[in-house]
Each structure stands twice: as structure tokens, then as C-alpha cells.
Design a protein around this ligand. Structure first.
Ligand code: GLU
Length: 448
């Protein structure tokens, strides 16, 4: 396998699908050497089969807004790879959603889910519906209309969606309510991220952020450091940043910046529990403005319009909002201000040249989203197990399992990513470990 030949073929087949091509290129570059040590992979055309989704559903979603106007959006479900289990992955509602974005996310999800040690394949879905400025009733009507089409494509042993950007507990509630009505299935693990009274797992809302901080702690321990006393920045203020802020604070780090599409909110003395709770209200308001935090806590914060979190001096940065949110210039600015580690919680949060620079010229510690943020989908897997067993575990039980899974992911990165100088290349480690698991399953299942 030659990465450039596969990439040329993909570019010809999928012109302009930049996020998807970027995600594939990153994985192929990491695995090329290992792949070429296995002639049987080449013979079974594993890479050619793995880079294309199994299938993509595209559907029209029509709904009526509060003014009585008819609105039409596009809905999608990308079922990427089912070699190790049912398709699993979130739904993203965002105005910029395209097939390219969902294909990149589904591709990444396949490897991420493989790393969790649980039997879950990879999928992703969503819509170009923009939740910003929408009322609760509009969100409900959109979710119901979306599920009217989606329910044909999913099932507890077939495809299990969850949340992602723009889809949290409220949206999962509306989606699940409609699924129950249509499918007449009431004990379903057909969605994860459910509410506590109807089959959800305790700690699922926090899990992506908690898992990320557990992973960071393990990576720091490996080099004789800890999170205690570190100044950290997050981006966004959604569900992921919220969970990360909570755990960062519990582990003794100081969260000094969060951000939004409107700018950055600096918190020089560190985020407080009250502010962390307020992040939830900010998200539920659908205003999408981080300035609201500065308006609520003017004495403790400073809002700067148009700036990102990466302009604030920190020790460790945690991109936790959107793909490609951290550029090469941002990486250089972080480093110049004293930052020495970046843990990507968002999916593909850093641009490819930024990652390359941080790992080489910048000499920074970098770990990719598919390892760092896997605690979210892993806890979705734990929710599926609880649903299948008709039981609910305690917070302590879920947390212990999450911690155990994050340790297993870290170990796999160390196993496959340790370099000659003893340092761990977490990009390589995560990509090779995830790839080997999926490739082995595909080999054993034959040419299908
Ligand atoms: N959207 C999350 C992710 O990117 C969670 C998916 C899930 O829980 O299925 O992994």
C-alpha cells in the first residue's frame, strides 16, 4: 500500500471532500509501515475497503417553525464499518454538516470505537439543521421529523446513534420519544445518552470530558508530571468542555479559558463550580455566545471578541469544540506562551500541519481525539450493556469502568506508539492499534 496512490484514488472519487480526505490521509500515513508488513492485508484489499463507508442514508427532513413557515433540511446516517460490532456514533446538528464531514467522523469513529475494547463498529449522522436561535418547540419538531426517516435505518443490534455537536440530552429525549412511538420498542438501547429515568447511564453526560482528563493524567504520569496546578484552556462551552472542566478542576488543574464562536472568555483565577453549572444554561439557551459567561461573572472574567482560547497563556490546551479549530499559527502561539502539551478532545480538532509541527519542531506532547475523547462513546457502550441487562450501575461502577477503559486505550497507544527514543507518538499508537483490531476482524470475516 502506498498512501499517495490510495489518496489519489480517493481524491478522484470524492473531489472536494476535504475533511474526509484529511482524516483518511492521517490514518494511512501512520499505518503504512505496519500495513506493508502484512501482505495478507494487501491481498484482501483491506485499506481500499476500510476507507469507504458500508452505506450512507440521505433523507429530506421537513418541519414547521414557530412562525408557521415550512423548513427543509438534509439528514444523513453514515454506516461506516461494522466489522467489530453494530454501527455506533453520534448525530451532529450544525449548519456546516456535509457528507464529507460525516464521513470523516464515521471513519474516525471506527478506529476510536475499536480502541475502547468494546464491540462497536463505527457510524455517524446528523443534519445541516442549525440549532442556534431555535426555540425548544422547534428543536422538538425538528428531532421528531428527523426520526421519522432515521428509525428505518437504526436498531439496538444494528446501529446505535448518540449525541455530538448540537445534540445533547434534550435532543436525544425528543429523538427517543419519537422512536418509541414509531417502533413500539420501549426497552431499547437504540440511542445512547438517554435520560436517567428512561434507560440512560449515570455519568454519560460527563464521560467524554472525564475520560479525556483521565487520559491526560496517564500521559503526564508517564513523563513524571501531573495535572495538579497546571493552567489549562478549553474551547467551546458545550457538553464536552463542561465535563472536561469539572474533572480538570477535581484533579487540581486550573481552567483559565473557555471560548465560543464569538470569542474567548478568560478566567484568570480558574473556573468555579458555579461557572461550570452555568455552562449548561448557556448551551440550553441556544444563543451560542461565550460572552454570556462574562456578562454573568464580570469581576472574575474577561471577554475578548474574535479571539480563540489559544491566545491565552497555559501549560496544557484541550481543543474541545470542532474539527480544525487549532491551526499551525495557533500551535506556535501556544508554544510561545509556554504551552507544552495539547490533548485533542474534539474530533480532528487540530489541523494536520499543526500536529506535525507540535510533534516535531515544537517538541510538544500531542494526543489525538480518537484516543483522548473515546471515553464518551465507551460510556455509551456501557449504557448499551446496562440496557441489555436491564439494570443500572452506580456512578462509582461506571466511573471505575471508564477509568479502566481509558487506561487500556493509553496502554495500546504506548504499545504501538513508543519510538526508538522512548517517547510515545500517540497519533501513531492510536491509529495503528485501532487499525489492527478492525483489520484483523475484517480478515477473519472474509471478503464481504
Ligand atoms: N459523538 C461522540 C463521539 O464523537 C459520542 C458517540 C457515541 O456516544 O456514540 O465519539
Amino acid at each position: 500500500m502506498k498512501t499517495n496512490e490510495i489518496m489519489a484514488m480517493l481524491q478522484a472519487k470524492h473531489p472536494g471532500e476535504s475533511e474526509y480526505l484529511q482524516a483518511v490521509q492521517e490514518v494511512l500515513e501512520s499505518i503504512e509501515e505496519v500495513y506493508n508488513q502484512h501482505p495478507e492485508f494487501e491481498q484482501a484489499k483491506i485499506v481500499e475497503r476500510m476507507v469507504e463507508p458500508d452505506r450512507i442514508y440521505t433523507f429530506r427532513v421537513t418541519w414547521v417553525d414557530d412562525k408557521g413557515q415550512v423548513q427543509t433540511n438534509l439528514g444523513y446516517r453514515v454506516q461506516f464499518n461494522s466489522a467489530i460490532g453494530p454501527y455506533k456514533g453520534g448525530l451532529r446538528f450544525h449548519k456546516a454538516v456535509t457528507p464529507s464531514m460525516l464521513k470523516f467522523l464515521g471513519f474516525e469513529q471506527t478506529f476510536k470505537n475499536a480502541l475502547t475494547t468494546l464491540p462497536m463498529g463505527g457510524g455517524k449522522g446528523g443534519s445541516d439543521f442549525d440549532p442556534v436561535g431555535k426555540s425548544n418547540d422547534e428543536i422538538m419538531r425538528f428531532c421528531q421529523a428527523f426520526m421519522l426517516e432515521l428509525w428505518h435505518c437504526i436498531g439496538p443490534d444494528e446501529d446505535v446513534p448518540a449525541g455530538d455537536v448540537g445534540v445533547g440530552g434534550r435532543e436525544i429525549g425528543f429523538l427517543d420519544g419519537m422512536y418509541r412511538k414509531l417502533a413500539r420498542q420501549y426497552n431499547t438501547g437504540v440511542l445512547t445518552g438517554k435520560g436517567m429515568t428512561w434507560g440512560g447511564s449515570i455519568l454519560r453526560p460527563e464521560a467524554t470530558g472525564y475520560g479525556a482528563l483521565y487520559f491526560a493524567q496517564l500521559a503526564l504520569e508517564k513523563i513524571g508530571k501531573s495535572l495538579k496546578g497546571q493552567r489549562v484552556s478549553l474551547s467551546g462551552f458545550g457538553n464536552v468542555a463542561w465535563g472536561a472542566a469539572k474533572k480538570a478542576k477535581q484533579l487540581g488543574a486550573k481552567v483559565v479559558a473557555i471560548s465560543g464562536p464569538d470569542g474567548v472568555c478568560e478566567i484568570p483565577d480558574g473556573i468555579t463550580d458555579e461557572m461550570i453549572d452555568y455552562m449548561l444554561e448557556m448551551r440550553a439557551s441556544n444563543r451560542n455566545k461565550v460572552e454570556d459567561m462574562a456578562v454573568k461573572y464580570p469581576a472574575a472574567t474577561k471577554f475578548t471578541a474574535g479571539k480563540k482560547s489559544w491566545s491565552v497563556p497555559v501549560d496544557i490546551a484541550f481543543p474541545s469544540a470542532f474539527q480544525n479549530e487549532l491551526s499551525l499559527a495557533d500551535a506556535k502561539e501556544l508554544k510561545a506562551n509556554g504551552c507544552w502539551a495539547v490533548f485533542e478532545i474534539s474530533n480532528m480538532g487540530c489541523q494536520a500541519d499543526a500536529i506535525h509541527w507540535m510533534q516535531h519542531e515544537g517538541g510538544m506532547l500531542f494526543a489525538p481525539g480518537k484516543a483522548v475523547n473515546a471515553g464518551g462513546v465507551a460510556t455509551s457502550g456501557l449504557e448499551m450493556t446496562q440496557n441489555a441487562e436491564h439494570i443500572s450501575w452506580t456512578a462509582a461502577e461506571v466511573d471505575e469502568r471508564l477509568h479502566h477503559i481509558m487506561s487500556a486505550i493509553h496502554e495500546q497507544c504506548v504499545k504501538y506508539g513508543t519510538q526508538a527514543d522512548g517517547k510515545v507518538d500517540y497519533v501513531k499508537g492510536a491509529n495503528i492499534a485501532g487499525f489492527m483490531k478492525v483489520a484483523t476482524a475484517m480478515m477473519e470475516e472474509g471478503i464481504v
